[in-house]
Ligand binder design. Structure first.
Ligand code: SF4
Length: 306
């Protein structure tokens, strides 16, 4: 299935995900990536998943499952690398009035055809993890053709052309991009890009480098207050507000965990399961040797064996 969820999203409530890119094709290789190392670092756009297949899956899920708050185009890599993203957005808009969101690393908007392909989305949520070239390379390890300059220029051009909302996510990592100097530089770029919202996040899931520590709530609040304006903190799971019934079984749980490490609460909220049912599925999967768990900063994350 190219459609998964709904999953609980820190930004989007109950979000039905569409996987436009296979694991793990990306223009970045971020040090905090929860999907593991990038195996194909590229900026070459291709039809990684066919629009017909995506729409057929989506139609089926929408007729049988609970209505999600958003339909989110994402992937096990960078979704704008799928050359059919424009057609997918246009056909979803014909199918339903559920708002369409593109979750992107924002690295490719310097290409006019990428901006053009995303114009029909309701929300574009790009990342900006660094406010200077050096930190950009340290955190995002971009493809050689993606420079800090063309990435930021692309976001500025997107704002000029795009009428929907831009929610800019900044992921803060302790000791790397969380200084007041960095906050000052972020302010500069925020003024240039002019997003509708700035959303501060931090590394809350097991990443590829476990020495990276997340910021505390107090540290996030200090930076939020310093940046000011429309800045908010999204580094906690937002409460579930869609209570429609959703019948999930053990395969749904395994499918969700294969896409990213999840806590018991993620599984219960994302699949609308009672906590005890989610725990039972997780215990059964663990007994079958399909998943394992590990503790990370006070939370237990379940991961699938690859
Ligand atoms: S952009 Fe996203 S998918 Fe790509 S490496 Fe970074 S976190 Fe992972």
């Amino acid at each position: 299935m190219l459609v998964y969820g709904p999953v609980p999203s820190r930004r989007l409530g109950h979000s039905l995900g569409i996987d436009l890119i296979p694991l793990k094709i990306c223009s970045y290789d971020c040090i905090y990536c929860q999907l593991g190392r990038t195996t194909d670092k590229t900026i070459k756009r291709r039809e990684y998943a066919a629009a017909d297949d995506i729409l057929a899956d989506l139609q089926q899920v929408l007729t049988t499952g609970a209505k999600p708050d958003y339909i989110t185009l994402a992937g096990s890599g960078e979704p704008t690398l799928n050359s059919m993203i424009g057609e997918v957005v246009a056909r979803i808009k014909q199918l339903t009035d559920i708002p369409v969101v593109i979750l992107t690393n924002g690295s490719l908007f310097w290409q006019p055809e990428v901006r053009q392909a995303c114009l029909q989305a309701d929300i574009i949520a790009p990342s900006l993890d660094a406010a200077d070239e050096k930190t950009f390379h340290r955190i995002n390890l971009p493809h050689p053709d993606v420079t800090f300059e063309n990435m930021t220029r692309g976001l500025i051009d997107l704002r000029r052309e795009y009428r929907g909302e831009i929610w800019l996510e900044i992921l803060l990592l302790k000791g790397i991009n969380d200084s007041l100097k960095a906050a000052e530089d972020f302010k500069y770029w925020i003024e240039q890009i002019k997003p509708d919202k700035v959303q501060l996040n931090t590394s809350v899931r097991p990443g590829t480098k476990l020495e990276i520590l997340r910021l505390s709530q107090d540290e996030l609040e200090t930076i939020r207050d310093y940046i000011g304006g429309k800045t908010e903190i999204i580094a906690t799971i937002s409460p579930v507000h869609n209570k429609q019934e959703h019948t999930a079984d053990q395969d749904h749980v395994l499918d969700m965990i294969r896409r990213r490490p999840c806590t018991l609460e993620d599984v219960a909220n994302g699949l609308n399961l009672h906590r005890n049912s989610a725990l039972k599925y997780l215990s059964d999967l663990e007994r079958q040797g399909k998943i394992q768990y590990r503790e990370h900063q006070g939370s237990r994350f379940y991961q699938a064996y690859s």
